[in-house]
Design a protein around this ligand. Structure first.
Ligand SMILES: [Zn+2]
Length: 199
């Protein structure tokens, strides 16, 4: 294997840590960055630094936020009595694109998965239960993925949330079984949200 100069080798290594980037693509990207002018490369480096420095998680819903609260929690136009629970901040983006939902969110940052050693304590379940109890939320839509872990998490949450007086619903079927919410098209998502039902 031919040896690359150290800084270039390091760039290839860092790029290959990104999801979906294999060693070949990492090399191609690194050589591309080597060719672009200094200002372009610096803009990329600065963009990464700014995201890490300025973007964190909303202290209310754990969505991405610039500041203590995300743009959705800060909006006076959202209905605070309906809460949509999702696995990741990426799912918030998908549901917002469908433009069907006007309530607030709660991002779990994962799903319950005993095989991977992830229980309710490892994701934000307690914070969710506290919030539903403290704020008297009327409806909680559990929009976890329709795969095994997502369904198991939804069932767990339904059992934990029902005693708190909230109506717990699940988006209608029509999402591809085993499919990722984030890959569902906007119309399918809008229909699934509109046609949600209780357990
Ligand atoms: Zn928020």
């Amino acid at each position: 294997v031919p040896q690359l100069p150290e800084p270039l080798e390091r760039l290839v290594q860092e790029l290959s840590r990104l999801p979906g980037i294999g060693p070949k693509t990492a090399q191609r990207l690194a050589f591309h960055l080597l060719r672009v002018d200094r200002a372009r490369a610096a803009a990329l480096a600065t963009a990464i630094e700014d995201v890490k420095a300025r973007i964190g998680y909303c202290e209310r819903c754990y969505n991405i936020a610039e500041g203590p609260l995300c743009s959705i929690c800060s909006s006076p136009r959202r209905d605070p009595s309906v809460l949509c629970v999702v696995e990741s901040a990426f799912d918030v983006l998908a549901i917002e694109r469908a433009a069907e939902f006007s309530g607030l969110y709660f991002v779990l940052h994962g799903v319950i998965s005993p095989i991977d050693g992830i229980g309710p304590e490892q994701i934000h379940v307690q914070q969710l239960l506290d919030r539903v109890r403290d704020e008297g939320i009327g409806e909680v839509i559990v929009a976890t993925d329709a795969d095994i872990e997502g369904e198991a998490t939804a069932l767990y949450l339904q059992r934990a949330l029902s005693p708190l007086g909230a109506t717990v619903t699940r988006p209608a079927h029509g999402l591809p079984v085993g499919g990722d919410l984030e890959y569902a098209d906007e119309l399918t998502l809008a229909r699934a949200m509109a046609g949600r039902r209780t357990f």
